[in-house]
Design a protein. Sequence first.
Length: 407
Amino acid sequence: GKRKILLCGGGNAIHVLTSYIGSRTDCDVAIFSTFPGEANRIRDAIPDEGIHCVNDLGEEKYGKPVQVSDKADDVVPGSDVIILAIPSFTHKLYLKAVAPFVQPGVIIGAMPGEGGFDLCARYVLGSDFVDQSNLFALETLPWACRIVEYGKRVEVLGTKKEIDVGISDGKNNSAKSVLDLLQQLIGPLPILKPACNFLAVTLMNINSVWHPTISYAFYRNWDGQPFDEPPLFYYGAEEFTGEKLAKVSDEVLSIRTKIQEKYPDLDLSSLHHVREWMLTSYGDDIGDKSSIHTMLKTNKGYRGLTHPTREIRADDGTRKFMPNFQYRYFTEDVPMGLCVTRGIAELAGVPTPNIDDVIMWCQGVMNKEYLVDGKFVGHDIPSTCSPQAYGFVNLDDFLRANKYISP
Ligand code: NAD
């Protein structure tokens, strides 16, 4: 029979997945969205031929869901594979909604699995459930993609070349068979490579390094005046930006080194410096590979992308732009990104002065408190996805409870 693939959400990524998977004859796609009004909106918008996706590889696909609903009891039962392709602050919400209608042994995961999807799944579904099921977490989304017309048309601007995926064995399927299945569903690119484990995926989170650090580097000397145009995000990077990114990434790697010294059997070898990540993900899309700074500025995939801004009117009526510190580069990539890494560093006893610089600046513009006097003890920690938010206060408990090392 056909496999039932349940897609949770209704944004850019879900449009691409609906088109890709819905175009296959061996799968039925269903969409589950709890976002108010979204299920109706998407159902009403999709034409008979399905959602049209054009990608940067020159392919065109049309795919249609067999079912779209905001009610878990309608749409979740019978799902063989459940894919969450939504911002990570909604993971808990969707996992709670599907939990009553899924059985241990299901294939369930997130793209991207930012912020420790496995921790969230253990918390919501329970450790026994997770141990029997195939959990998966992609280190990033396979594509840069944007909806062109809601429910009708979506564009893949850039397909990544290769990405790491954390996958666990379950009682029904091996990790290898799930990796093969996911590869079939997304198509030949990007190539999905097994990560050593979920911890490596969590620490590899590129958005958590790129977005807060590049923003910090750009705004650190900002005079507070509005911009005439939204400033370029990657192409506007300075040498300082590249150097800071390198130092932040060095600190992530010193977490790896420290953990591996203490636990030689815990493999974190798929965790790389952002320099290598950039080369494997974008390859020849990058013009000048001499430094992180030049790679940011000559990566075709980053061309034209701007800092998130809000439009305002100047006194003379002209359009101006102010930074939008409410955007996911902050609201997602700090609490579900860099703070997760910072929390793991805290448990491992690794100093992270550069990560701290970035978090301190971000928490200021976000009006949050994560760090206090260089300690990860701020009152907004419970709203992060850090180990501390799940109650972990020592490295050993954290690694054992999440099965990164044997219990
Ligand atoms: P999106 O912003 O389009 O997703 C929004 C969707 O999330 C909504 O349509 C809704 O279905 C769901 N949602 C949001 N808030 C909700 C709420 N309160 N209750 C219920 N549902 C809610 O995101 P996207 O562009 O599809 O990206 C998905 C993930 O991939 C994000 O984490 C994003 O950071 C990451 N990502 C996206 C891109 C890209 O090019 N689009 C690239 C890299 C990474």
